[in-house]
Write a protein that binds this ligand. Sequence first.
Ligand code: ARG
Length: 633
Amino acid sequence: VDPVDELSAQLEKLGSLDKYPNCYPDVNPQDIYRAHITSILHEITGVDHTIIYNALQWTLSLDKGDLVLAIPALRVKGKPNELGQQWLEKWPESPLVEKPVINGSFMPFFFKPVPLTQLTIPTARKLGREFGSNKANGLKDPSDPSKGQKRILIEFSSPNIAKPFHAGHLRSTIIGGFLSNLYSIAGWDVVRINYLGDWGKQYGILAVGFERYGSEDALAKDPINHLFEIYVKVNKEIAEEKEETEKLQKEGKTAEAQNIIENSTDEQARKYFKLMVDGDEKVLALWKRFRELSIDRYKETYNRLNIQFDEYSGESQVSEEAMNGAAKSMLEKGIAEESDGALIVDFSKHVQGKAGKALEKPIVRRKDGTALYLTRDISELLNREEKYHFDHMIYVIASQQDLHVKQFFKIVELMGHKEIASKVQHINFGLVLGMSTRKGTVKFLDDILRDVGDYMHEVMKKNQDKYQQVENPDAVADIMGISAVMCQDMAGKRINNYQFDMAVMTSFEGDTGPYLQYAHARLCSITRKANLSEEEISSADLSLLTEVHAVNLVRVLSQWPDVVQNTLRTLEPTTVLTYLFKMTHVLSSSYDHLRIVGSEPGLMKARMALYDTARIVLSNGYPIVGRVHDVPT
Ligand code: ARG
């Protein structure tokens, strides 16, 4: 029997796929197997389709099968092992799966290789860039695409103007970029927001500093570094003045101390910021220029990471009016109360027990009437709801701010916006340890990337033979450096801290960014050398792919759409990355066994179709976590 005919016969036998939740065989080859096994188990056990379908799990490694059922998950009375044996007695001959063997309370399934190959390779090659993405996830109603996409807001990166770009911002950028890519291939309408730290007395300090030390030339050339330098300088002056006044006060020279305080840089900055808050156009124009020039520079760097924001919002964009409104509403609803002239939220009065205590008593409006980080976030959230009518929103913020985020989500809920509170999510992450560069302090992302790029360049030079063949070593080192940083960040679970280690991340051995880049480059080079036309590859006789290495590679490749689905559940970059490393390991170990050059033409075509599928998976998977480049080998 022709395996393709056999497959379509099987599909027809399954009948309507509606009874299987999230079953999309057109884009996910494994869904056919899931549906097929479900229908067999349903016939035998009578258990509901949905329960069986959802109980079929991935395996940890290929030797454990392609899918596995934990027998107790079907909730049938009896001992799992005995139940399994009884079911096996009734197991029909299947064209798609081998007859299972019970292993304890598990029933592992091994797919028959020929139909799997016939299904996976053509599906992947037909879908190309779309293989692995399933736009159904992002539809408001998967059964009716005309109802449109769901909208997700992802707020990430969010550095502070004139202050260093620290590890927290680096991770937020990487994880936020990953989430944006993930949701976008899942069919969501993704809005990427950068919520800049661009407001507060520190911008008064910066302006006063600019009057003293600023240079228009330097600002135009390198706004981020120039502003940072000014900021550091003027803060040093403030510290000195403070020391001076404290000394005078200690000596009892109160009048002199007072005189310094009144004319101090700090006081000037406070007045300056007051003018900004009051909307003084002249001072706002300067601040606006700082902001815009900085954003222009940010954009260049984000582009290197393949990240583009849809909106540069920021603390400055939250209107005083909206914040006063929010504070008033908190007061009226009895959520906030006066305390020493300020407005606070005493959570222990609103949330019972330990949880309430843990949320503490944050201030939402200062004595002098100025608002705070917390209040801004509350207002901004309400504002985003109005502006975007989103279905979901993710904040990618370091776990150091867990308490802050909990407080502001809770306040929004207490204010009666239950619906809004239910669709916001905090994606947090741990620290990066030891992130200092060799060339001084980190000021912006550029400094980090440049440093890793330089390091990467040295690593490359160690292999002079290969190095000589690289056409543009600077550019290659730069790209490899970027993937090194990204992969190191994404290797573990988000919540874990990790050590920033240039030697480890830039190595070609081990599960690193350069290793993945190399795997991709090697595939591209094989493709070039084989030099087969699209028609030749498409016409390949895939039944020739019988070797264990070929079969195992197909099995891993067929998992890719499921990996994406699973990642949408875990929201962990490591879910994708771990898979990509697993796949590339199977791939590299197959090269010696599945040669192209020197094989007879039929085999050459079939193997090329297999490698092409691997290339598709790698180049679809890699951009989720970063950016793939065809680096010449
Ligand atoms: N700019 C802040 C910081 O550097 C991060 C902003 C996080 N986002 C938020 N909505 N609070 O700490």
